[in-house]
Ligand binder design. Structure first.
Ligand SMILES: Nc1ncnc2c1ncn2[C@@H]1O[C@H](COP(=O)(O)OP(=O)(O)OP(=O)(O)O)[C@@H](O)[C@H]1O
Length: 276
């Protein structure tokens, strides 16, 4: 990955936003490009991608299929390497995966041989945290995800939604600087998905983690986020960063409000024009 020295004055103008701590940028993506070599010729998946995620922001990434949403998230996670450009977390260049970034994927990734509590404590154990402290943190997150009664259950005893709640708790228990979520609710039925959106928003409201969340679902993006990055079709680049100026405390009835519907339509239109 080609790296550039980071100069503070190069930072783009910060987004004015009521829900973010304007003093800090957590993730800063500059001029990112990803080219996949292929026998039929190189595939430029994305180019000139610039993204700025402020501390405590809930940012959603949306865009047409194949525009590079997952690729962008994987590069921020350090699971994939950029061809050109720079990704900075706080003041550090991202060179590979790290415990400073928590990940939740669409597929269920719990360790099947561990109980719910053991799954949540996994990263803490790796860090050699004293067991009593691990238990305090596990209990806190079991309460937040409303699975106290399933502390000693195994993943196979849980529904899909419950598994994803544990995956979120496991990621948050490590106190990551940013939580990266790739379509985490897309395998769930509509009712469970709506419940998960509500829970995720409540978690954000209480804990204020910095989140980057990839989704196909515009309604989900508007409901959850403080800011939405809309990407163009391939090669993906940022078409628009849309601030989501909705109330901090949200429940599902918000989806029926005029303000919400207007925003949903605005984002929808931006993507529809890309798909034409
Ligand atoms: N390993 C690879 N080799 C070649 N091309 C790839 C590879 N991985 C991804 N691509 C291409 O890069 C582009 C971006 O893929 P990516 O999965 O990031 O898009 P996406 O926006 O997440 O897609 P979707 O919305 O369908 O999940 C796609 O056009 C894809 O075909």
């Amino acid at each position: 990955m080609r790296m550039f020295g980071r100069k503070k004055q190069q930072l783009p103008e910060r987004h004015e936003h009521i829900e973010a701590n304007l003093a800090n940028s957590t993730i800063y993506v500059k001029d990112l490009q990803k080219v996949y070599p292929s026998p039929k010729g190189d595939v430029t998946a994305m180019k000139d991608v610039n993204v700025n995620v402020l501390e405590n922001e809930f940012v959603c990434i949306v865009g047409p299929s194949g525009c590079g949403k997952s690729t962008l998230l994987r590069m921020i996670a350090g699971l994939d390497e950029a061809t050109e450009g720079q990704i900075v977390i706080h003041d550090r260049d991202i060179m590979g995966p790290g415990a400073d970034r928590g990940m939740v994927f669409q597929s269920y990734t719990l360790f099947p041989w561990m109980t719910v509590a053991e799954n949540i404590k996994f990263g803490l154990k790796i860090k050699n945290m004293p067991p009593q402290e691990q238990d305090i943190i596990a209990d806190k997150y079991l309460k937040i995800i409303k699975l106290e009664k399933f502390r000693d259950s195994y993943p196979k005893e849980l529904s899909g939604g419950m598994k994803q709640r544990v995956a979120i708790a496991r990621a948050l228990a490590n106190s990551p600087e940013v939580l990266l979520m790739d379509e985490p609710f897309s395998a769930l039925d509509p009712q469970t998905r709506a419940d998960m959106q509500l829970l995720m928003r409540q978690i954000w409201q209480e804990e204020k983690p910095t989140v980057i969340f990839v989704t196909h679902d515009i309604e989900e993006a508007v409901f959850l986020s403080s800011k939405i990055y809309v990407l163009t079709s391939r090669p993906g680049t940022v078409k628009k960063a849309v601030p989501v100026l909705l109330p901090g405390e949200r429940d599902l009835s918000l989806k029926d409000t005029e303000q919400f519907i207007k925003l949903r339509k605005e984002v929808n239109l931006l993507i529809e024009h890309e798909s034409l």
